[in-house]
Write a protein that binds this ligand. Structure first.
Ligand SMILES: C[S@@+](CC[C@H](N)C(=O)[O-])C[C@H]1O[C@@H](n2cnc3c(N)ncnc32)[C@H](O)[C@@H]1O
Length: 222
C-alpha cells in the first residue's frame, strides 16, 4: 500500500467525527443509532446524508452553507474520506460526521425518521448490476426505513441512463418525482445543486459531459 495512504488511514483513526466499525461490531448496536442529534450533534437540527460521498465535497460544502443543519457523509473508501475529514478538522466544523461503511448496512446506523434528506452524488451507474445501483428498489427500500415521511432524495449524475432508470423506479414504487434537469449548468438553476462540485463531477465537466439533477420524495407511508 502506498505510504501516503497508510498515513491517511492512521490519521483517520484520530478523527472523532469519523466512525468506522467492523461489520461484526455492529451486531452489538451502533451507539449513535436513533440519537445522532442528541448525543453527537447536540442540537435538534435536521440530519442530511451524502451517500458514496468520496472526498465529501457535498457533505462539507453543504455544512458550511447550512450551519443550521447536520451532515453525514458515508463511503467505504477510507483514503477518500480522509480528504473530507481533514477539511472538517482544519475548518473546525461542528455539524459534520463521516461513516466508513458499505451503504448496504445503512439501517445499522440510523433508525426510523432520523434522516431528512439524502444526496447521491455521481454514483457508479453499474450498467449490468441493478442491485448495486444506489437508486435501485433494494437501496430505496433501505432509505425508506430511516427517512422522515416525504424525505427528499437528490441525485446528481452525468449518466442519463441512470436518470431514466431512476425515473422508472420512482414511478414503479410510488415515489414522487419533483424535478428533473438534464443539463443543469445550462438551466439557470441556482443554489446548493450548482454551488458545490465534486471530484468526479469536475472530471465529467472537463470532458464536456452534461450534468443531470433529479429530485424526488420518498413514499414511506407504509
Ligand atoms: C464514482 S465515486 C463518486 C464519489 C463522489 N461522490 C464524487 O462525486 O466525487 C462513487 C463512490 O461511491 C462509493 N460507493 C459505491 N457503492 C458503495 C457502497 N455500496 N457502499 C459504500 N460506498 C459505496 C465508492 O467508494 C466511491 O467513493
Amino acid at each position: 500500500m502506498p505510504k501516503k495512504k497508510l498515513i491517511h488511514f492512521k490519521e483517520n483513526l484520530t478523527f472523532p467525527f469519523l466512525f468506522q466499525y467492523r461489520y461484526h461490531e455492529l451486531g452489538n448496536g451502533f451507539p449513535l443509532k436513533g440519537c445522532w442529534k442528541e448525543k453527537f450533534f447536540q442540537n435538534s437540527n435536521p440530519v442530511i446524508l451524502e451517500l458514496g460521498c468520496g472526498k465529501g465535497e457535498y457533505t462539507v460544502g453543504l455544512a458550511k452553507a447550512h450551519p443550521e443543519k447536520n451532515f453525514i457523509g458515508m463511503d467505504i473508501k477510507g483514503a477518500r474520506l480522509w480528504r473530507g475529514c481533514h477539511t472538517v478538522k482544519q475548518d473546525n466544523l461542528g455539524n459534520v460526521a463521516f461513516i466508513r461503511s458499505m451503504i448496504d448496512h445503512i439501517e445499522h446506523y440510523f433508525t426510523r425518521d432520523e434522516i431528512s434528506e439524502i444526496w447521491i452524488t455521481f454514483p457508479d451507474p453499474h450498467p449490468g448490476k441493478e442491485r448495486k445501483r444506489l437508486t435501485s428498489p433494494r437501496f430505496i427500500e433501505k432509505f425508506q426505513k430511516i427517512m422522515k415521511p416525504g424525505g427528499i432524495i437528490h441525485l446528481k449524475t452525468d449518466d442519463m441512463n441512470l436518470v431514466d432508470y431512476t425515473s422508472g423506479v420512482i414511478e414503479k414504487c410510488g415515489h414522487k418525482e419533483i424535478l428533473t434537469i438534464r443539463d443543469l449548468y445550462n438551466s439557470g438553476t441556482g443554489g446548493d445543486v450548482v454551488n458545490v462540485q465534486t471530484y468526479y463531477e469536475n472530471i465529467w465537466l472537463q470532458e464536456g459531459k452534461k450534468i443531470c439533477y433529479l429530485q424526488f420524495s420518498i413514499n414511506n407511508t407504509n
